[in-house]
Write a protein that binds this ligand. Structure first.
Ligand code: PLP
Length: 456
């Protein structure tokens, strides 16, 4: 074995490790090293050639308050000097404080938090809570959703008594449609549709065994990676009523939308809806360190005073992460970043509509706050998608990725590697008007790549 203090680290060596030793997410494993980032500040970052880029995606909607804010770095370092972490069975000040802060900012009586390492685990915890609380097996989930990458780890922990609380057979998923008005699965138009997509869910719940068998429904209040779908007015409230009618739990996956992304603390706040369980990550720490959170309403939290909570993790509330998250949340409030997201979001949406006027490849523009998507089509009249659903996992180029490539060549990143036909513009919440103009100008030029394949 080589001396681990002298692992070769030239540029060529690092490139080789990327290609031979790193297992890369959601991709064919690369034959060339990805661009290496060496520093970042605010809304910009630099690669190792010293080239500067504009981060118009907040690194997949996670670096919400921008990169390397000294207030957050200081909080992280101070906690590191005091106590990096301790076994979760003990209390630490940052975890207790953060749990209180989350009870403060989340709506209604959401008040007890289980801490995780990221978004997928927050949803895993939510699903397990949902099963354990209701004793039921079925969970509704909507087509065109993304809730994270974990497999059913607990089901596989065979013979461990902590796995006994797993509902036999694990989770049974029942798919239901999105409120995707641009491509309504019922061929209807809002508002004449009378929210057919919600009455359909009501029917599905009945057919799946209603209050006897259905535990809950998981949803992104504003869908992110699969197409930036903003529900029409009345949708979420109607869904809440249906959950209440059947006594099933509503799990709001706010991993992308939480902490100001949509111009309010949480996306559900736009419609005054309180979910039973809310899942958080990304903006919770602004990605300075990994952390996720599953926040439940008081009645659910209280149930587990009598019922064993069969879930846990070594790092459930890591002190470094909790101290960092607490400072991040304070900065959102201190710097009025959520208000800025609302104001700048309106401006970005306006600019996105102007892009649509100039580019035949843009079929639809949707957005809420600093979360604005451009849906690319081959033909505006027929709404033929620019790429098929499976394009993300197929080899070869596609026109959406050609736009993404052009954007990078021009010194910016946006969220374009997601599976849908939508390119998302989601700059950090600190963004200024001039920076939006700069990003939109780059997007304007890059969209010519997709215009080239329009068939009209
Ligand atoms: C809505 C949503 N839920 C869950 C996740 C998974 O989060 P993580 O990657 O932190 O596990 C993501 C990640 O993009 C997401 O967008």
């Amino acid at each position: 074995m080589m001396d681990l203090k002298s692992i070769p680290q030239t540029r060529k060596d690092l490139d080789r490790y990327e290609v031979e030793n790193v297992f890369h997410s959601w991709s064919f494993q690369p034959t060339l090293s990805p661009r290496r980032v060496v520093s970042a500040n605010g809304i910009r970052f630099k690669d190792e050639d010293g080239r500067e880029f504009l981060d118009f995606s907040s690194c997949f909607i996670s670096h919400s308050m921008g990169h390397q804010d000294p207030r957050v770095v200081d909080a992280l370092c101070e906690q590191a000097r005091t106590l990096c972490s301790f076994a979760p069975v003990f209390s630490t000040k940052p975890r207790a404080m953060l749990a209180r802060a989350l009870a403060e900012v989340t709506p209604g009586d959401l008040s007890r938090t289980f801490f995780t390492l990221g978004g997928a685990e927050a949803n895993e915890a939510a699903v397990k809570i949902c099963h354990q609380y209701t004793g039921r097996r079925k969970i509704l989930a909507r087509y065109r959703s993304y809730h994270g990458a974990t497999a059913a780890s607990m089901t596989l922990s065979v013979g461990d008594p902590r796995s006994w609380a797993q509902v036999p057979g694990g989770t049974a998923w029942v798919p239901v449609p999105q409120p995707y008005c641009y491509r309504c699965m019922f061929g209807q138009k809002y508002p004449e549709c009378d929210l057919r997509c919600v009455t359909y869910i009501d029917e599905v719940i009945e057919l799946e065994g209603g209050s006897e068998l259905v535990a809950g429904i998981i949803l992104e209040p504003v869908t992110g990676a699969n197409g930036l779908i903003v529900p029409p007015e009345g949708y979420l409230q109607a869904l809440r009523s249906i959950c209440d009618k059947w006594g099933i739990l509503m799990i709001a996956d706010e991993v992308m939308t939480g902490f100001g992304r949509t111009g309010k603390w949480f996306a559900v706040d736009h419609w005054g809806v309180v979910p039973d369980i809310m899942c958080l990550a990304k903006g919770l720490t602004s990605a300075y360190v990994p952390l996720g959170a599953t926040v439940v309403r008081k009645s659910i939290g209280d149930r587990f005073k009598e019922q064993f909570f069969s879930h846990g993790a070594t790092y459930a509330g890591h002190a470094l992460a909790c101290a960092t998250a607490l400072r991040v949340i304070q900065v959102y409030q201190e710097d009025r970043l959520i208000e800025n997201a609302e104001r700048m979001g309106r401006y970005l949406l306006e600019k996105a509509h102007e892009l649509q006027e100039r580019h035949p490849c843009i079929g639809d523009v949707r957005g809420l706050g600093l979360f604005v998507g451009l849906e690319l089509v081959k033909n505006r009249k027929t709404r033929a998608p620019i790429i098929p659903v499976g394009a993300k996992i197929l080899p070869g180029d596609n026109p959406k990725l050609a736009v993404a490539k052009k954007i990078v060549e021009m010194g910016m990143i946006a969220m374009a590697a997601n599976p849908s036909n939508v390119i998302v513009m989601g700059p950090p919440l600190i963004v200024k008007k001039e920076e939006i103009d700069e990003g939109v100008a780059i997007m304007d030029k890059a969209l010519e790549e997709a215009d080239a394949v329009v068939e009209e």
